[in-house]
Design a protein around this ligand. Structure first.
Ligand SMILES: [Zn+2]
Ligand SMILES: [Zn+2]
Ligand SMILES: [Zn+2]
Ligand SMILES: [Zn+2]
Length: 153
């Protein structure tokens, strides 16, 4: 799944001499015989935790997801960066952290996609917009579009 491109699987590493390694979290030297490698760093088993909910990620095969320099468990990652739905205009997923214009719970737009289909003017909060044939229009273009559609019937 494309969503997990930011992640990396946890590996158990025993090949490098541990005392030379620094833990990616607590910066202490790793003296344990068992430690973990993930996202290009080494970790004490107890130090590899989700930055948000502190749940342990330190299990081999577990998926650590990294975004904006934070390591996250799958649940938090999806909550923050997972898609909430598709943009009604460009049909691309809208991530949970992105600003979106919600028309109804099902119909939403990226903020930059929320513009008049004709003159491409971006709507501001409080602007009137009109829905026609799954396009959105400003008032001026809506009247024009409406007369076109009206003329065909
Ligand atoms: Zn540590
Ligand atoms: Zn978490
Ligand atoms: Zn869009
Ligand atoms: Zn317009």
């Amino acid at each position: 799944m494309a969503v997990f491109n930011d992640g990396e699987t946890v590996h158990e590493t025993l090949h490098v001499h541990p005392s030379k390694l620094e833990c990616g979290e607590c910066r202490e030297k790793i003296k344990d015989q068992y430690f973990l490698k993930a996202i290009g760093k080494y970790w004490h088993e107890d130090c590899l935790v989700c930055d948000l909910c502190q749940c342990r990620l330190g299990e081999v095969g577990c998926h650590v997801l990294v975004k904006l320099g934070r390591k996250l468990c799958k649940r938090d990652y999806l909550r923050l960066f997972g898609p909430t739905g598709l943009c009604n205009s460009c049909q691309q997923p809208i991530a949970a952290y992105e600003m979106a214009m919600k028309i109804t719970p099902q119909v939403q737009y990226h903020l930059e996609c929320f513009k008049c289909a004709e003159c491409e003017k971006n709507f501001c909060v409080g602007d009137k917009f009109y829905n026609l044939e799954s396009n959105i229009f400003c008032e001026t273009d809506y009247i024009v579009a409406l007369s076109k559609f009206g003329g065909e019937h």
